[in-house]
Design a protein around this ligand. Structure first.
Ligand code: ZN
Length: 372
């Protein structure tokens, strides 16, 4: 740890939570945060450019990394662990390896950014009448909280109803009369009372403008954890409910309401009865726009017969709104064909040229990201 440089250098096998704890113990924050943090490793986080819940403020794994050590396909070691925040000496090799999913080389160590810990962190839960209102609330939250806005998650009514149904002990607030609920986090550098005042002013303004119909601010850390736990339980609740088709997409925040309205309508027209489990990181434009089979019927048969049709409808809609078919989960082997269809030929050509230059024998994680 270099506290004056605000950096931490770790080996790739370090578990994310151990890294967060080490930073915390020294009085700093390492802000990458996601549901798998207790088991995922920082090497994997960087190779996949992981996102999570704090991206609205701190960016994704790429934004939190200052340098890498990499073993190349030729067996050489590149030591790029300089910890420099400025280094304009040619191509950015670090950013080439981050998000490459192991297809260009093997990340063995990384130098990461540390941040000061906030003095206080508060969580609020707000009911909003529509996705457009959620986007309006996001704009207000940016205005009122500035850099204090460290989390902004949106959750559709059906997604929350699955949590309420399958995990009754979690007591989901305010979802019954709201099309969407929003989870907001305010990380304040001054004090808890300052954070609370800011939150109250924001929510008052939002209530006056009608973009929020009701809201609660967590009274203590236990309540805040409970609210976050509801959000994190959506994927599990969805699995309890049965098979579904998952999408990890991003669209410019401004276009998300129109995208959701259009895509919901397209799916419901093509496949009446499908249920849309829509939730995600609205603060950074990333939705987990999942499609659950109709309630009564054979879900396995539905997936067998309609999964590809659903994917085509969703990804074509994403493309028509200028979005991405993979926001934070990567390409892997599952989306190889989709990438070929949706990435521009010029971009694919440059990606292939890079792969060919760095790994001409296709030794590094073959069969992932790019067809070569
Ligand atoms: Zn996510």
């Amino acid at each position: 740890m270099d506290t004056a440089n605000l950096t931490l250098t770790v080996e790739a096998g370090c578990i994310l939570q151990n890294l967060q704890d080490a930073a915390d113990k020294a009085g700093f924050l390492f802000p990458l945060s996601l549901a798998a943090e207790g088991s995922c490793t920082i090497g994997g986080n960087l190779a996949t450019n992981a996102g999570g819940t704090q991206v609205v403020r701190y960016g994704n794994a790429r934004d939190l990394c200052l340098g890498l050590e990499v073993v190349t396909a030729q067996g050489e070691v590149w030591n790029g662990l300089s910890g420099l925040r400025k280094d304009n000496t040619g191509y950015d090799l670090r950013d080439l390896f981050i998000g490459s999913e192991g297809t260009l080389g093997i990340i063995t160590a990384a130098t990461l950014k540390l941040y000061p810990q906030p003095a206080a962190q508060l969580t609020a839960w707000a009911a909003v009448p529509s996705m457009q209102h959620a986007v309006t609330l996001l704009g207000l939250a940016h205005q009122h909280l500035g850099a204090g806005l460290t989390g902004f998650e949106v959750m559709g009514q059906f997604a929350l109803s699955l949590v309420a149904k399958n995990f009754k002990q979690l007591r989901v607030p305010l979802y019954e009369d709201a099309a969407f609920c929003v989870l907001l986090e305010n990380s304040d550098t001054e004090s808890e009372s300052h954070a609370r005042e800011q939150f109250e002013r924001l929510l008052e303004t939002a209530l006056e403008q009608g973009c929020v119909t009701d809201a609660v601010v967590a009274e203590n850390i236990a309540q805040a954890h409970q609210l976050w736990h509801i959000r994190e339980s959506i994927p599990l609740a969805q699995a309890e409910e049965g098979l579904n088709i998952k999408h990890d997409i991003s669209i410019a925040v401004s276009r998300i309401p129109e995208f959701v309205e259009a895509t919901d309508a397209i799916l419901l027209q093509a496949l009446p009865g499908v249920r849309l489990v829509n939730f995600g990181h609205l603060g950074d434009g990333n939705l987990h726009y999942n499609v659950q089979a109709p309630a009564d019927g054979d879900a396995a048969a539905f997936l067998r017969d309609h999964e590809e049709e659903v994917n085509v409808l969703v990804y074509d809609s994403v493309a028509s709104f200028g979005g991405s078919i993979s926001a934070e989960h990567g390409v892997g082997s599952l989306k190889l064909d989709k990438l070929e269809q949706h990435k521009s030929p010029v971009a694919l050509g440059m990606m292939r040229a890079i792969k060919q230059a760095l790994d001409p024998q296709n030794l590094m994680n073959p069969g992932r990201v790019l067809r070569v």
